[in-house]
Design a protein. Structure first.
Length: 213
């Protein structure tokens, strides 16, 4: 009986050990997932600076509303409902123009959304929707309760948790918040794609094909 009891205790301890190990691995996986969100590093200039006047204008007027997730979901649905149309490949339209026409491309919709959020810590992002895409895309990064979300009302009607996105999707190159510009690690493989006008449009004609899907 004593030997049987010892064996039972050993089995219990081993089971507890495995459970604790599994819990530790799960926690580590969660921490790792959160750590992959590329928030970039501050930079004094970016290749898109000549076209960021509307972005800087909008961010300079943001006053810091505490927007709720419900409000963000409503804004995403509203922006998704705007008709997609591409005009200027570099300069985003002012939010009031996009709202009045209910029309815009990715950078127009992203800037409109920044204006609606009124959150100075939100990011206007230029990057690649797919890492190997030949064209650039624009979206918004927004933080809620310590977690970052991708807001892309050109392609989606709801926020996407940034820590759940594949490393090959929504690859940021540069982003902009109130008074700060950021350079992201995605640049290491895309530097040539943002070198000049002919290679780096934001919302090029080809993006219409993506938006239509």
């Amino acid at each position: 009986m004593a030997l049987r009891r010892v064996i039972e205790i050993l089995i219990t301890l081993e089971t507890m050990k495995i459970s604790l190990l599994s819990l530790g691995l799960l926690l580590l996986a969660n921490l790792t997932a959160s750590a992959v969100v590329d928030l970039g590093s501050t930079t004094s200039h970016t290749p898109y600076d000549p076209y960021m006047v509307p972005v800087k204008q909008v961010f300079s007027s943001l006053h810091g509303d505490n927007v709720t997730m419900d409000k963000v979901n409503a804004l995403m649905r509203q922006g998704r409902g705007f008709r997609y149309a591409h005009s200027d490949p570099y300069n985003p339209a002012l939010p009031q123009e996009t709202a009045a026409r209910h029309v815009g491309d990715c950078k127009d919709k992203a800037l409109w959304l920044c204006d609606q959020l009124q959150d100075p810590s939100a990011r206007f992002v230029i990057g690649k929707m797919k890492r190997n895409s030949p064209i650039s895309h624009a979206w918004v990064m927004w933080q809620h309760e310590g977690r970052w979300f991708i807001l892309d009302c050109t392609m989606n009607s709801a926020p996407i948790a940034a820590d759940k996105v594949s490393a090959d999707d929504y690859v940021p190159l540069y982003s902009y918040s109130k008074g700060v510009s950021y350079r992201h690690t995605g640049n290491s493989s895309n530097v040539a794609a943002v070198a000049g006008k002919s290679k780096a449009p934001v919302a090029s004609r080809g993006e219409r094909l993506i938006a239509a899907n």
